[in-house]
Design a binder for this molecule. Structure first.
Ligand code: ZN
Length: 69
């Protein structure tokens, strides 16, 4: 699986409930993942144009998408 050692790519925090927000493909070898706090960082990330499609689905399963403001 993906390493969970990396801090949040948005705020730099390191929490036990980080969620995968981006998978980085590296050629033909194994890639790695970018993690972020479920809220608000992952929510902010999901609103970006380059966010992966599945991220919004993951957030929706957690009840964090769409963002209610
Ligand atoms: Zn964060």
């Amino acid at each position: 699986m993906w390493s969970r050692a990396a801090p949040c790519i948005v705020c730099g925090a390191n929490r036990p409930d980080m969620m995968l927000v981006q998978i980085i493909e590296v050629g033909s070898g194994p890639g790695w993942g970018h993690y972020a706090c479920p809220e608000p960082c992952a929510q902010q990330y999901a609103s970006r144009t380059y966010a992966p499609e599945w991220l919004r689905s993951d957030l929706r399963e957690r009840g964090l998408w769409p963002v209610s403001s």
